[in-house]
Design a protein around this ligand. Structure first.
Ligand code: ZN
Length: 279
């Protein structure tokens, strides 16, 4: 029989799973109570707690940091806004370094307000990543591009497939890889080949899980608990392992009406139980 506590140790809790109103301390204590081995804080939770206090809290709990969410959002309508985005990304790198995070997750951004120039936005993304990578290498932080489902191309991320992300990585060199999020890439007919490609290149930095509900009422905040939707998560985990990934399985569930209203212990008990099929 599998050692279930060992399985939970391979899970990481993305703080978004508890909803926007729970504090970092509640997330850390919840991980401890449920034997979850890692955490991926969003930056608003780090700001609320204070970065140094957050680092101490996480370290004292013995949790690994599977990532920091997030950097990115590079495309902007004017030079001043582009510079502000770069400065914010350098700060995100510093936060990831302070937490010894496995990576800084990059949600790269979509079209600037009023723009229809998707190719231009993608050029801005690559320029922004290149500049941030330069800084991140000096700080010892790895950047993980998270391709988002194409429905987000306009407003959140105009990098939408693993192939597109890995092409950028190939052009930019060392220190940059991908975060594979089941919700965003499960539909991709080229998924197996691109995960294998990322593994060969040593670019599999993070693995995020939740499930795709049918129907999905709200693509942003109606994500499913593992097992409640149509993604073959054990098969996906198999692809990740075959590609050499042995890191955390990070649970990231935006669920405004189903999960966020529930008590923390109900959410986390279910995360651990369902997570067994993913780790
Ligand atoms: Zn994700």
């Amino acid at each position: 029989m599998r050692d279930l506590s060992a399985d939970a140790k391979l899970l990481s809790l993305n703080t978004a799973t508890l909803g926007p109103r729970r504090s970092l301390a509640e997330a850390v204590e919840g991980c401890q109570r449920h034997g979850i081995g890692g955490i991926c804080p969003w930056r608003d939770k780090l700001a609320e707690a204070g970065l140094d206090k957050a680092a101490k809290l996480i370290r004292a709990a013995g949790l690994a940091v599977s990532g920091v969410c997030r950097g990115g959002h590079f495309p902007a309508a004017d030079a001043a806004s582009r510079l502000r985005a770069l400065a914010d990304n350098r700060q995100a790198v510093d936060e990831a370094a302070t937490l010894s995070a496995a990576c800084l997750v990059m949600v790269v951004g979509g079209l600037p307000p009023g723009s229809k120039d998707l190719a231009g936005a993608r050029r801005q993304v690559e320029d922004g990543l290149a500049a941030t990578l330069d800084y991140a290498r000096r700080q010892g932080v790895r950047l993980a591009i998270e391709p988002l489902h194409p429905a987000y191309a306009a407003d959140r991320a105009c990098v939408n497939t693993l192939a597109q992300a890995l092409d950028i990585c190939d052009r930019l060199g060392a220190g940059i890889g991908v975060a594979v999020d089941a919700y965003h890439v499960w539909w991709d007919p080229d998924l197996a080949r691109q995960i294998a490609r990322a593994g060969r290149a040593g670019r599999l930095y993070a693995y995020h899980v939740c499930d795709w509900l049918v129907p999905t009422r709200d693509i942003l905040n109606d994500r499913g608990m593992m097992g409640d939707g149509v993604i073959d998560l054990p098969a996906l985990r198999g692809l990740m392992e075959d590609a050499g990934y042995s890191g955390f399985c990070e649970v990231e569930i935006f669920s405004a009406t189903t999960w966020w209203p529930k008590p923390v212990d109900d959410i986390l008990a279910t995360v651990v139980e369902r997570g067994r099929s993913c780790v």
